[in-house]
Design a protein around this ligand. Structure first.
Ligand code: NAG
Ligand code: NAG
Length: 480
């Protein structure tokens, strides 16, 4: 890969699974210890601002807090809301892993001291935390497709490893699971008490943080589940595209999108100045600092209320953080306008959406398999799906974000099936491009399944603007 292209990849890589590509451009990493500043981590200045209510203008600190998704008391959610004559048929859950340790280090600084063991006397806490650990320690490799069986089932390092799920991440998903349990199992009886293995469909990428997030959600959903009834499939692609990953046009959209992202960054002189200042503080060339994707690590400091790193040249501070975070928000805004990411997303999300409607259609035929599907994934999984669905106003997937497809049957007209789409508990069904304004024409508070099917089978490709009307043609369009 050439250097510029590599840099583009890195730019796009905030929180991605591409981090096996080292994001340093022709520099070697020399481990350098931070000078002692005589302060213990406890006595350092903390940076967590007080929780705020939604500000009138985009506020980088407020946005960052939403991204952290720090567990708090019961949140409001719209999952499972339906008139009495509707029966819940199946549920398809896409999650982003919970809070994790950074994937990148800020060069020449001490990495944040965060403990990834799970303990009851640390916040945030969940009443099922100890039972979760104890249940995980009874798990066996038989429940996991290779190579998942070589991964630890819960985080356990006193100093987190790179990318490791934290206690916050586990609690976020125990909470998600419990919320879904209360709604889908207790209220809507989605599964019988003696549910069987084939009623679940579980799939995760091969990172410990996604597997562990999936397990935490599952444990909240089905406490003390029988290990013999659990089987997690391994998904090698962050797009969950399984056998249909080859798509040259999708890659062309991605390259153009990365180019756009690069040019936007070059235009932002305040951002360049900030990187320059930070590079001086840590004493590396600016491009090395930038390539090390410092926002990923800074978000970890921010979300964990740990002060930003200092060296003898000074400290990385909140103003630096705000400038980079603000740029991220502007980048997302331009990404929506320029539509290149939409092209990437329509093709990238097609296989998993196609798989989902296949599962839904089988359920409408009365099949009792795969009634609860869980895909444990990444921001680079959820983002294209949200964009493809037309949910462009949706925020970038926070830690432990959840996107849910509910399939319902109208008991008064049993041949009619409808879907609801929820993002982080908010009903976004009528914000999707395939069901916009449907509620103005129909008294039903949901979207006909046919709309979603038509969208996935055909309209997705029409939206791309080419002549292709199926995935293969759209992926191989000439002269794009
Ligand atoms: C962040 O840390 C400071 C200093 O230790 C503390 O006073 C504050 O309550 C903490 N904030 C949160 C939200 O934990
Ligand atoms: C879409 O799903 C159907 C089965 O439901 C399958 O036959 C087809 O190959 C899938 N297409 C793609 C592009 O994934």
């Amino acid at each position: 890969m050439n250097k510029l292209k590599h840099l583009f990849m890195c730019l796009l890589a905030i929180g991605t699974v591409h981090h096996n590509l080292p994001c340093f451009v022709s520099v070697h990493l020399i481990p350098v210890s931070t000078p002692k500043n005589g302060m213990s981590s406890k006595s350092r200045k903390r940076i967590m601002p007080d929780p705020v209510t939604e500000p009138p203008v985009t506020d980088p600190v407020y946005e960052a807090l939403l991204y952290c998704n720090i567990p708090s008391v019961a949140e409001r959610s719209m999952e499972g809301h339906a008139p009495h004559h509707f029966k819940l048929v199946s549920v398809h859950v896409f999650i982003r892993h919970g809070d994790r340790y950074p994937l990148y280090v800020i060069p020449k600084t001490k990495r944040p001291e965060i403990d990834c063991t799970l303990v009851a006397n640390r916040k945030p806490y969940h009443p099922k935390l100890e039972a979760f650990v104890s249940h995980m320690s009874k798990g066996s490799g038989a429940s996991f497709e290779s190579p998942l069986n070589s991964l630890p089932l819960y985080p356990n390092h006193p100093l987190c490893e790179m990318g490791e799920l934290t206690q916050t991440g586990v609690v976020q998903h125990l909470q998600n699971g419990q919320l879904l349990r209360d709604i889908y199992l207790k209220k809507h009886k989605l599964l019988p008490n003696d549910w069987s293995a084939d009623q679940l469909y579980l799939e995760t990428t091969g990172k410990s943080r996604t597997l562990q997030s999936g397990l935490a959600l599952l444990y909240g959903f089905l406490p003390d589940f029988d290990w013999k009834k659990i089987y997690f499939r391994h998904q090698p692609s962050a797009l969950f595209c399984s056998g249909s990953c080859y798509c040259p046009v999708r890659n062309q959209y991605l390259e153009k999108e990365q180019r756009r992202q690069y040019l936007l960054r070059l235009k932002n002189s305040q951002l360049e100045k900030t990187y320059g200042e930070m590079a001086k503080i840590v004493d590396v060339p600016t491009k090395q600092l930038r390539a090390a994707n410092p926002i990923d690590s800074m978000l970890c400091h921010f979300c964990h209320n740990v002060s930003f790193p200092c060296t003898r040249n000074g400290c990385v501070d909140m103003e630096h953080f705000k400038v980079i975070k603000t740029h991220q928000i502007e980048d997302e805004r331009e990404r929506r306008e320029k539509k290149l990411y939409l092209g990437y997303s329509l093709l990238g999300a097609h296989p998993i959406l196609n798989q989902t409607i296949g599962r839904m259609q089988r359920a409408t035929e009365g099949r009792k398999e795969e009634l609860f599907a869980l895909y444990s994934a990444h921001d680079v999984t959820l983002s294209p799906v949200l964009s493809a669905l037309g949910l462009s106003e949706a925020r970038f997937p926070r830690f432990a974000a959840r996107l849910i497809f509910e399939l319902w049957q109208d008991r008064e007209k049993p041949s009619e099936h409808s879907v609801r789409i929820l993002y982080n508990g908010v009903d976004v069904t009528f914000h999707t491009s395939f069901c916009q304004d449907h509620h103005k024409r129909s008294p039903k508070p949901m979207c006909p399944l046919e709309n979603l099917v038509r969208f996935v089978k055909r309209d997705m490709f029409v939206a791309l603007g080419g002549s292709g009307t199926n995935y293969y043609d759209a992926c191989h369009r000439e002269g794009f």
